[in-house]
Ligand binder design. Sequence first.
Ligand code: NAD
Length: 380
Amino acid sequence: MGTPGLTVIVGVPKETFPDERRVALVPELVSRLGSAGLEVIVQTDAGARAGFSDQSYTEKGARIESGFLDKADILLKVQPPTVDEIANIKEGAILIGFLQPYTQHAEIKALCTRRVTAFSMEMMPRITRAQAMDALSAMSTIAGYKAVLLAAARLPRFFPLLMTAAGTITPSRVFIIGAGVAGLQAIGTAKRLGAVVEAYDTRPAVKEQVESLGAKFVQLDLETKDAEAKTGYAKSQSEEFYAKQQQMMARSIASADVVITTALVPGQRAPVLINEEMVKTMRPGSVIVDLAAEQGGNCELTEPGSEVEKHGVKIVGTTNLPSTLPFHASQMYAKTVTNFLLHLLNEGSVHLDLSDELTRGPLITHQGEIMNEAIRKMIT
Ligand code: NAD
C-alpha cells in the first residue's frame, strides 16, 4: 500500500479521549521508522502529556503539524478514533491502535465506510513471534504495578513488617485474584513493598509462577482442569462455578487488607467474584482495587471510573491506569506498535499477507469489510 515512488507518511495524532495522556509513538522510535523509509508527522502537543515535547520529535526527524493528520497513509493511535475523526482519515489509510472492536460498533462501521485497513492491537495473537508486539501485556504490566501503589497510598497501614522503638508493625496482607500479566506484576510489586501476598487463578499453570515470586498460591477445591483456552487466556465458567469460588475465597478476602482483582475472560463481562457480603467481612480501612472495572468489575460494588467507600472499604474502580504512568506506558506501547508496523512493511510500503496469522489476527476492517468473524457477527 502507498503510491509507488511516494514516501509513505506515518501520522501520530494527539489523543482526544478524556484523560488519555499516552501517545502512540515516542521520539526515540521516529528514526527507526525513518530508516525503514517512512516519513513521520506528529500533531502539535501529541506527546506533551506523556513528557515528550514537539522539539524532541523534530530532533529525531519528525515534522510537527497542527491539524488532524488527514494526509497520513498510516495512523498510529492509542485510543480508537471517534466517528468524526474517522471521517477525516485519508480513504484507504492504515490505522493501528487499541480499537476496542467489541464495543466500538459505530466506529468500526465508519472505518469500513472510509475503507480504512484497521488493526486492533488488543487482538494480537499470543504466539511467541508476536511477543514484541504484545501491547496488552505491556499495559497490563503497568496496571498491575500501579494498582499496588494506589492501594498502598489509600491503606491506613504500612505494607512492610517494621521493628521500631515505637513498636513492631505487622505486615499488610494482600490477596490478588487473577495471576495473569497484571496479577503477577502486582504480586511482585506488593512483595517488594514488604506485604504478605496470596494469589489465586483458575488456570492451575500459574501456581508455580505465583510461588516463584514469593507469594502463596491459594488452593481452592474447584475443578479447574479445563480453565485455560488454547490461546493462553482463561475460559468462561458457569454461574455455579463462580458462586462456589466466592464461597471458597471468603476467608482470604476477610483476612486481607488489600484485594487486587484482575480476573478477565476475553470478550465477556468480567466474572463477579466479590459480592457485597464479602466486602462487609473486610476490616474498615481495607482497600479493593478492581482492575477489571472497565469490563464491569470483579467486585459487585465497583463503580467503573470512580473510587467509592462501601461498608468502610475503599473500592477503587479507576479505569485506564496505564495512562497514569504515561511516559513509560507510551514508550512500551510505541515499541509494540512500531514492531508491528515494521512487520507489515516491505521496502518502505505496506504489504498485507493475509495468510500470516500475525497480520490477520489484529485485522478488523479492510477494503470496506469487517475481517474479524466474531466482530462481524456482533455488528451486522
Ligand atoms: P487476562 O487479562 O485475560 O486475565 C487475567 C487473569 O485472570 C488470567 O490469568 C485469568 O486466568 C484470570 N482469571 C479469569 N477468570 C478468573 C477467575 N474466575 N478467578 C481467578 N482468576 C481468573 O489475561 P492475561 O494476563 O492477559 O494473560 C493470561 C495468560 O496468557 C498469561 O498469564 C500468560 O501465561 C499468557 N500470555 C501469553 C503470551 C504469549 O505467549 N505471547 C503473552 C501474554 C500472555
